[in-house]
Ligand binder design. Sequence first.
Ligand SMILES: [Zn+2]
Length: 106
Amino acid sequence: MDRFCPICNKKLTVQLMIQYNDYFCNAAKDHHFSERVVGEERKMVKFRVSSGKQRLYCKFDYGNGYSEIWEGAENANRVRVEQVFEPNYSSVEGLVSKLRTYLVFS
Ligand SMILES: [Zn+2]
């Protein structure tokens, strides 16, 4: 079954594995989106959105019920939120400001 990027609506590229499937979008420079799916169930989401030179990352672990948000490099300090929030993926600017809010108030 095809899956689509919630940010840009393009079809996600799939990497089929035995225990799970990874889907990802790297169609545009301003975002990257990937999700890990087992059966039809979304287990993990990771996305990156960019605004100018700022790069913000977010990871949702649905199985363990937490989110992580961080800025800049992959190994930067991460803000951990003990829940998975469902963001509005419809605009990159909206995602950027949502993630900035989490970084500022933590
Ligand atoms: Zn996309």
